[in-house]
Design a protein around this ligand. Structure first.
Ligand SMILES: [Zn+2]
Length: 299
């Protein structure tokens, strides 16, 4: 089981704000400490080549990113200070998702300790997303003929609006999004299959919907690769999510996705996605469960 780890970039935050990258450091430490993985699982992705960026993002958007000339409004939509180091980190993360897809096709599963930046559109970023890592990976693999059909299983609590829009007219990438109907983004795009849940949904409804939809979809589509966006902002403790799922429910969700793909011999590349619980330990625990489940099913 291979795991992509991209270098962390630390930047100054307004007083009282918790550093948003803490979980990306703590998660691998926890997984190593408890023995879920060994150090040899990790690899450091390179920087994504420009040609691969341009298969998903527009030349105008990439020009603004690479010359640091986004307008204030465009930068504000993304939501963090636009620094060259953050663009550089985004490129490495996107390459990590592409690498994970290739490792998954060889080994069954591979996971990125980052990624899932599904609010990035072809021509703009928003919601803390600059590059759409899953779209970039899917487009690159399609371009090179390494896959013919991909499935995006986006279970982050926020709709994968950027991914939905990018693949709106492309049948080679099927987009499934489970999300809070009242969660960001206010204006949803059309995925191939959207399921918007009411506030305080809870485990039972959430999981029964997953059980009803995913196996049929996998059987019908038989994708060459499944991109799984495993955001843990479905938790009841999440500050941004509204779905009220438990830690055990979130773990069961991960188990079911992996087991369903494993049983059908379908490779899974995981991008981490969001998690905004009050306690950092809860966030790390919920994300760690994804890696534990992958490890227990595939090894
Ligand atoms: Zn999210």
């Amino acid at each position: 089981m291979r795991i992509a780890f991209s270098p962390i970039y630390r930047y100054a935050l307004p007083k009282g704000h918790r550093f948003p990258m803490d979980k990306y450091e703590l998660l691998p430490e926890q997984l190593l400490y408890e023995g879920t993985i060994t150090p040899k699982a990790f690899f450091g992705p390179e920087s994504l080549p420009e040609a691969a960026i341009l298969r998903t993002h527009t030349p105008e958007y990439w020009e603004k990113l690479s010359t640091n000339t986004l307008s204030r409004k465009e930068a504000r939509a993304i939501g963090f200070p636009m620094r060259p180091e953050l663009i550089a980190r985004g490129r490495v993360i996107a390459q990590g998702t592409l690498d994970c897809a290739r490792y998954a096709m060889a080994d069954g599963v591979a996971l990125n300790i980052a990624g899932g930046t599904h609010h990035a559109f072809a021509d703009r970023g928003e919601g803390f997303c600059v590059f759409n890592d899953i779209a970039i990976a899917a487009n690159e693999l399609l371009h090179r003929g390494e896959i013919h059909q991909a499935l995006v299983v986006d279970l982050d609590v926020h709709q994968g609006n950027g991914t939905a829009k990018i693949f709106e007219d492309d049948p080679r990438v099927f987009t499934l999004s489970f999300h809070g109907a009242k969660n960001y983004p206010g204006r949803k795009m059309n995925s191939d299959l959207d399921h918007g849940f009411p506030d305080k949904t809870g485990d039972e409804l959430y999981l029964s919907t997953l059980y009803a939809i995913l196996p049929d979809l996998l059987d019908r589509l038989r994708p060459d690769i499944v991109f799984y966006l495993s955001g843990v902002d479905i938790l009841e403790t999440d500050k941004l999510g509204r779905l009220s799922c438990s830690l055990a429910g979130c773990r069961e969700r991960d188990r079911f996705v992996f087991q369903s793909c494993y049983d059908r011999n379908l490779p899974v590349a995981v991008s981490m996605g969001g998690g905004y619980s009050e306690r950092l330990a809860t966030i790390v625990e919920a994300h760690a469960n994804t890696y534990r489940m992958a490890s227990s099913i595939y090894e």
